[in-house]
Design a binder for this molecule. Sequence first.
Ligand SMILES: [Zn+2]
Length: 94
Amino acid sequence: MESVGTRELVVLLLLFLAVFFGVAILIFMLVAIRRRQGGARTVGAPICSFCFKPGGQVKKLIAGPSAFICNECVIICNEIVTNDRRAGSIVDFP
Ligand SMILES: [Zn+2]
């Protein structure tokens, strides 16, 4: 009798854990999707999709189809591309 009760308890616990982690993963995915779309869908003031600085804290905020990028992140990206070009990993085509 007692072993059946313990087994039911374990099954219930496993069921609870499965539902709990299922819901947690679902919430995590929804938050991740919202963060990705956060740049373009501006509920409040627009923010840079890369560094998350608001438009008021940077000189320029450039809007793309689904994201924003600020002038500071453009400079960082330019440095990365320039360094890659110098290293030879990017080949310029005419
Ligand atoms: Zn930025």
